[in-house]
Write a protein that binds this ligand. Structure first.
Ligand SMILES: C[S@@+](CC[C@H](N)C(=O)[O-])C[C@H]1O[C@@H](n2cnc3c(N)ncnc32)[C@H](O)[C@@H]1O
Length: 347
């Protein structure tokens, strides 16, 4: 059976979760894991390529057709033409498909990404015409095949986009756009890192638009899932999102204050949460007070583990350690232009 090389991109910091997921779901062999860069290269059996749709930790997946070094001078654009001639692009782009080239360039070069796209587009038309005897049509808005040409410093990559123009982290269920929403790929990764298992009661006590709760409901069939937030508008939004994801009946929604958690919740196994980072809150003292009060309540009701993503990791670790919880994981991830920590504490 044929294998294809696939480049998966993700949120920097959760490459190991992608490795775990593509190995388990696609039977992929990992060829390279670029930790901190959000890239994983794997060899995937062609028969399993449609299952890429089911992955929850990736942003993009691209079949890699060519990878080599490229120089920075304008005359080096010819290398892109040669590269495309050497690939089996006519297997994907035919006279019956439309196509577009998307080019990305990182670093200093004597040519622009528009130059790359122009040269690559001409080369695709040429090889398809040579192979099939007819030219393919370009459609920049709604192409049926997207050819990606990346020049990252001195490296050239030619690939075929598997998921269209939208990144897979944009789940269709985001009807309500919470102002500080967590990327669903990070929510999924946190659930994995937390050690949660199907059947565990999972609580997000500051659930906002419900990303963690919804990802939990999509991941686990029989878990009890609770989404609590002090803001009724967010709870209403979380409900709308859960309805769009077809998991609303699986989630309990509560308007409540996480600093008084034990008033609403008797026991839960796991907390997975994305509390406010405090960037828009009054003073650092207020944020720290919120973390202290929330975590002191959390340790009263949680049996197994507490996983949070936060820039206030120091205070969170201090409070948890004071209550004899062990910090079993502390990793830095990229979230927008911030670099919060995901910490996992166990009882
Ligand atoms: C960063 S947002 C969570 C976003 C969410 N993960 C999502 O993807 O939509 C933090 C949330 O904490 C909530 N919050 C802040 N203080 C709270 C408290 N004391 N009790 C409950 N919720 C609180 C806010 O209303 C806000 O929705």
């Amino acid at each position: 059976m044929d294998d294809v090389k696939v480049v998966f991109t993700t949120n920097p910091g959760i490459e190991d979760i992608v490795v775990e997921e593509v190995s388990a779901k696609l039977g992929a062999t990992i060829l390279e894991q670029r930790s901190g860069k959000g890239r994983v290269l794997a060899s995937v059996p062609l028969a399993n390529i449609d299952l890429v749709d089911s992955l929850r930790s990736i942003h993009r997946a691209r079949i890699l057709l060519y990878q080599d070094t490229i120089c920075k001078k304008e005359e080096c654009l010819g290398m892109i033409k040669e590269a495309i001639r050497g690939t089996d692009i006519p297997r994907y782009v035919t006279p019956f498909t439309t196509f577009a080239v998307r080019a990305e360039r990182v670093g200093e070069h004597d040519y622009s990404s528009l130059d790359i796209a122009r040269v690559a587009g001409d080369a695709v038309i040429e090889v398809v015409e040579m192979t099939h005897g007819k030219r393919p049509r370009v459609d920049l808005d709604y192409p049926s095949v997207i050819v990606v040409v990346d020049v990252i410093n001195d490296e050239l990559y030619v690939s075929i986009e598997l998921g269209g123009d939208l990144s897979w982290h944009r789940r269709g269920y985001r009807i309500y756009d919470h102002p500080a929403a967590l990327k669903p790929t990070l929510a999924y990764a946190m659930l994995r890192i937390s050690g949660a298992r199907d059947g565990d009661t999972i609580l997000d006590p500051m659930c906002g638009g419900g990303t963690v709760a919804i990802e939990a409901a999509l991941l686990f069939e029989s878990s009890r899932i609770i989404c609590l937030d002090k803001n009724p508008r967010h709870i209403m939004g979380a409900r709308l999102n859960a309805r769009a994801a077809l998991v609303e009946p699986r989630i309990e929604f509560i308007v409540g204050d996480a600093t008084r958690l034990s008033r609403y919740i008797d026991r839960a196994d796991i907390i997975v949460s994305n509390p406010p980072y405090g960037i828009r809150m009054g003073s650092p003292r207020e944020v720290r007070a919120l973390y202290k009060r929330f975590l002191e309540e959390a340790v009263k009701v949680i049996d197994k583990s507490i996983t949070i993503i936060t820039t206030e990791h120091v205070v969170a670790k201090q409070v948890l350690s004071k209550h004899d919880w062990e910090i079993v994981e502390d990793r830095i991830v990229a979230h927008g232009n911030l670099h919060p920590h995901i910490i996992v504490a166990k009882r």
